[in-house]
Ligand binder design. Structure first.
Ligand code: ADP
Ligand code: MG
Length: 245
């Protein structure tokens, strides 16, 4: 049974078919890479799944519930989390406070109540930080962290709401190979432990081949190939469009 079922999904901007009736499934516990050259439609696909963009056609079902037409907050409540291409935390707050804010928000409390709720679920927040290897740095201001560590905190924030599906747009952008591998190994561990699904975009083929269970390849809005990384690598269309040979 798939967790996410995307069928005939399409979006145009003016005359450009940014996403041209793509279909794919994603199961719980699976790490699916979405790859393709610049302009292929990866971000547009992501933004339709999380509700920031409204699809023109097709269907996006999470556990059988149609997501198209729901506002981003409702989609998030149904269990779709995301991280951002540029990691974002509140630099003036400490590491643990950032995660406490995420827990507060997951509980449906307004962030305006933050000052009153500074003690909110601190233990739970530290536990989440422990899962991403950041418990030791709980009381440091986020602004002082190295970029790789910010990405770890961001992951703790993203899982605070216990998402069934986590969307990660270029999670390893701007990272050195060692940090990249650490972040992806951690992501993989969380996927397995929590039986969460992850849909991620990635430029580095090394990362995709090392960590993705399956991948889908977009080119000019169309889904041109789908399969396990090793099956995809030698696919002639993928060679042509993606690797330029
Ligand atoms: P990717 O993330 O794979 O690089 P995008 O999804 O950002 O690709 O873009 C797919 C296509 O849609 C591109 O041709 C891009 O120029 C176009 N596009 C994306 N967003 C918009 C927008 N808001 N308005 C107009 N065209 C857009
Ligand atoms: Mg993009």
């Amino acid at each position: 049974m798939s967790l996410l079922k995307v069928s005939g999904l399409g979006k145009s901007f003016g005359g450009v078919k940014a996403v041209d009736e793509i279909s794919f499934d994603l199961a719980a516990g699976e790490l699916l890479a979405l790859i393709g050259p610049n302009g292929a439609g990866k971000s547009t696909t992501f933004n339709m799944v999380n509700g920031q963009l409204r699809a023109d056609r097709g269907s996006i079902k999470l556990d059988g519930h149609e997501l198209i037409g729901l506002p981003p907050r409702s989609i998030w409540k149904l269990g779709v989390g995301r991280t951002f291409q540029i990691a974002e935390t509140f630099g003036s707050l400490t590491v643990v406070e950032n995660v406490q804010m995420a827990l507060l928000s997951a509980d449906g409390k307004l962030l305006a109540t933050w000052r009153k709720a500074a003690g909110h679920k601190r233990d739970e927040a530290v536990e989440l930080l422990d899962k991403v290897g950041m418990a030791q740095q709980a009381d440091r201001p986020c602004a002082d962290l190295a970029y790789g560590d910010v990405k770890r905190v961001e992951l703790a924030i993203a899982i605070a709401n216990n998402p069934k599906l986590l969307l990660m747009d270029e999670p390893t952008a701007g990272m050195a190979p060692k940090e990249r591998n650490e972040l992806m190994a951690l992501t993989k561990k969380l996927v397995v432990e929590r039986s969460m699904a992850v849909l991620f975009t990635e430029h580095s083929m090394d990362v995709v081949f090392a960590y993705a269970d399956r991948m889908i390849v977009l080119a000019r809005g169309r889904l041109i190939a789908e399969g396990k990384p090793l099956e995809i690598r030698d696919h002639p269309k993928v060679q042509e469009v993606y690797f330029g040979s």
